[in-house]
Design a protein around this ligand. Structure first.
Ligand SMILES: [Zn+2]
Length: 230
């Protein structure tokens, strides 16, 4: 009777232990591997650009296609849904580098502490552009290929019709200034472009023809100006 009671009690106790949210071992292992990858890339980006602000990186195994920086605790969260789009570490670095830039903005400026999110809340698009450009520098400093930023944007971001209601600039505009920034500052990545045959990059070349033509005209007019002054 005592034995039966003990085993009954242990059955009740065991059954009260909550089941693991995801019991598929392959899925759990994948989440662990992704967490480690995200932390490794995140800290590599921080160290190589000598970023002194503390930040942590958290992988959340949900299908949400997003990454977000929380101003309290400077916690960068990257979701499974956007990780599913990445096929190399450079693409993961592109997402994290953009979020790190927000993390830095949250800890500087006239707004500090709990209100540090205010500058980006007032003029979000300005901060998004800054985050994109600074992310390119962080990526290159850490040895990642910045063209991965364009590949990710073209693959993931929808093309909204209007910009004025949005916190982020239009996807095509973001890709245009990222391309221009790489063109001027890190041209070697475009000359020796590892993504040249990538289907998403090829599509970017197709849909950005007008913007790239404008950039070429701008470069040509600059160089003519230089010739005149010589
Ligand atoms: Zn952003």
């Amino acid at each position: 009777m005592k034995k039966v009671l003990i085993s009954l009690v242990s059955i009740i106790l065991l059954s009260s232990i909550p089941a693991f949210a995801d019991t598929n071992p392959a899925k759990i292992e994948k989440a662990y591997a992704r967490q480690e990858l995200v932390s490794q890339i995140g800290f590599r980006l921080l160290n190589s650009s000598r970023i002194k602000e503390r930040m942590v990186f958290q992988y959340v195994n949900k299908d949400t296609v997003n990454a977000v920086t929380y101003y309290s605790g400077r916690r960068i969260v990257i979701y499974g849904g956007i990780m599913n789009y990445t096929t190399d570490e450079d693409m993961v670095a592109a997402i994290l580098a953009h979020e790190i830039s927000h993390g830095i903005d949250y800890s500087h400026g006239i707004f500090r502490g709990a209100f540090s999110f205010l500058p980006s809340a007032f003029t979000p698009r300005k901060y998004e552009k800054k985050a994109d450009k600074r992310a390119i520098d962080f990526m290159v400093n850490a040895g990642y290929n910045p063209v991965a930023m364009i590949v990710m944007m073209n693959k993931v971001f929808a093309q909204d019709r209007y910009e004025f209601m949005s916190t982020h600039p239009l996807a095509s505009r973001r890709m245009a200034y990222v391309y221009e920034y790489i063109y001027y500052k890190y041209p070697e990545f475009l000359k020796n472009n590892k993504y040249i045959d990538d289907v998403y990059y090829q599509n970017f070349l197709l849909n950005s023809q007008d913007n790239r033509r404008k950039l070429k005209a701008k470069i040509d007019s600059h160089s003519k100006g230089n010739v005149n002054y010589d």
